[in-house]
Design a protein around this ligand. Sequence first.
Ligand code: 5RP
Length: 231
Amino acid sequence: MTADDLKKLAAARALELVRPGMRLGLGTGSTAKHFVDLLGLRVAAGFEVLCVSTSEATQAQAVALGIPMSTLDETPELDLTIDGADEVDPQLRLIKGGGAALLREKIVAAASARMIVIADDGKLVQTLGRFPLPIEVVPFGLEATRRAVAAAIAAAGSAGRLSLRQRADGTTLVTDGGHYILDAHLGTIERPELLAQSLNVVPGVVEHGLFIGLASGAILAGADGLRLLGK
Ligand code: 5RP
């Protein structure tokens, strides 16, 4: 089985959690895309749900599939969000934002009674940090913010290089919210809570990709089957 097959398997299992009438948060990325495709088939067969997306890309996909869409302004409380992750640890702490959608993903997850992560089991790690931590920043004052972010990382006991995320064509990536992303190449994050707190108070940082206390469960697909974490 390919990694993509595993992602689809996790997405299919997550679909079993969806009940008629639910208000759903739809994640972003290749795994979440499988979930939205499968949900679209259900909706086409008459299943009723109301969804909020975490990115313009997911919004476009869902609309094309005929999935009824809402916003957090109209529907501020969601029953369930299904989203991917770049890393998951055994305490269900996550790194997200590989697809640059972390800001909306965190807002939608926080508005949901449950957030379930879907991923291939290669995303499960004992210690977060091998995947570069995305930090969304406002363009104004970028260099000053970069230095303050580096100091916040050092204060939390981590160290590593910061890179400004680029598009494939070499231009600076701009998020759906009009911001930039600094990727922190830390290797390991020994104290994720402390790092999260430290980054939360840096002026110019809009959000970071450490999701702590947000995921209620994870569906991880591996060659030997599905592994469920949490509830
Ligand atoms: C987007 C994300 C994605 O959920 C994360 O990058 C995982 O993506 P994929 O399912 O393609 O591996 O956080 O911002």
